[in-house]
Design a protein around this ligand. Structure first.
Ligand SMILES: NC(=O)c1ccc[n+]([C@@H]2O[C@H](COP(=O)([O-])OP(=O)(O)OC[C@H]3O[C@@H](n4cnc5c(N)ncnc54)[C@H](O)[C@@H]3O)[C@@H](O)[C@H]2O)c1
Length: 263
């Protein structure tokens, strides 16, 4: 079940964190994978696990085109595109927002996904898959998300638009919205207060692991997920299901476990 045998995939930002876990999972499921990343720091890890590495900045349309060209050259077709590359400038509210920060965030997180969908429409095989990494921060409002959360809300909407436009070719386009996941983007911040805060606010009481996101991506990439498109699937331990704390007192109408209507 959920095999990716004979499939080929591009994973952007696949040299670290969630993208790396997705690439690993795809390879274990039988796919051939090209990882496209702006940084070469993780290139050796990527090639050691059997994937191809291609250097690309997804903020640049011509580099997305080059990434597809490299995958075509290696594999002769591309079945799956995972638009995972992203920057996470959280903790910056409107007061501190600059045009430079907003511009770069939108260039990477939004343009990268939009142009990924554009080239998927041209170069992905029929019945292919596009999987976009959004975020819980694109679903609910949080302080300090002026650039990041805005970009991820856009990814959720781009997913719907891409699903509609690519549907005639049987290509599905879906988004994954993780809660806080233990990747370098989170763990490299010294004494990151987000870890304790999100753990407390998450009904399942812990942060997520990159491998758990990898498993969901594998399912969405598989033939079994052919009828799911235009959706945003949260994988967040229940974080966006609601609050973990809510002080309430039952009304006087509740007596001995029954609702007693007022006279
Ligand atoms: N970690 C979390 O808690 C979390 C939660 C929700 C959503 N996400 C999203 O998941 C995705 C992966 O996050 P992560 O935590 O694994 O991040 P990470 O920082 O560990 O890895 C991101 C990778 O993307 C690459 N990258 C960054 N900018 C790029 C660009 N312009 N072009 C190509 N590659 C680029 C980096 O070099 C790195 O290898 C991001 O889109 C992020 O917004 C993460």
């Amino acid at each position: 079940m959920f095999t990716l045998a004979n499939k080929t995939a591009i994973v952007t930002g696949g040299a670290s964190g969630i993208g790396l876990a997705i690439a690993k999972r795809f390879i274990a499921a039988g796919a051939r994978v090209l990882v496209a990343d702006r940084s070469t720091v993780g290139a050796a890890v990527v090639t050691a696990m059997g994937a191809e590495f291609f250097r690309a900045d997804v903020a640049r349309e011509e580099q997305i085109a080059a990434m597809f060209e490299a995958a075509w050259k290696s594999f002769g077709r591309v079945d799956v595109l995972v638009n995972n590359a992203g920057i996470q400038p959280l903790g910056v509210g409107f007061e501190q927002l600059t045009g430079e920060l907003l511009g770069r965030t939108l260039d990477v997180n939004v343009n990268g996904v939009a142009f990924g969908i554009k080239y998927a429409g041209r170069l992905l095989a029929d019945r292919g898959r596009v999987i976009n990494l959004a975020s819980f921060a694109g679903m609910i409002g949080t302080p300090g998300g002026a650039a990041y959360s805005t970009s991820k809300a856009a990814v959720i909407h781009l997913t719907k638009l891409g699903a509609i436009e690519l549907a005639p070719r049987g290509i599905t386009v879906n988004a994954i919205s993780p809660g806080t996941i233990l990747t370098p983007a989170v763990t490299d911040i010294p004494d990151n207060p987000e870890i304790a805060f999100i753990t407390r606010r998450t009904p399942l009481g812990r942060l997520g692991r990159p491998e758990e996101v990898g498993a969901l991506a594998q399912f969405l990439a598989s033939d079994e997920a052919a009828y799911i498109t235009g959706q945003n699937i949260a994988i967040d331990g229940g974080l966006t299901a609601g609050w973990t704390e809510y002080d309430l007192v039952p009304p006087a109408n509740i007596q001995d476990g029954r609702w007693v209507d007022a006279p």
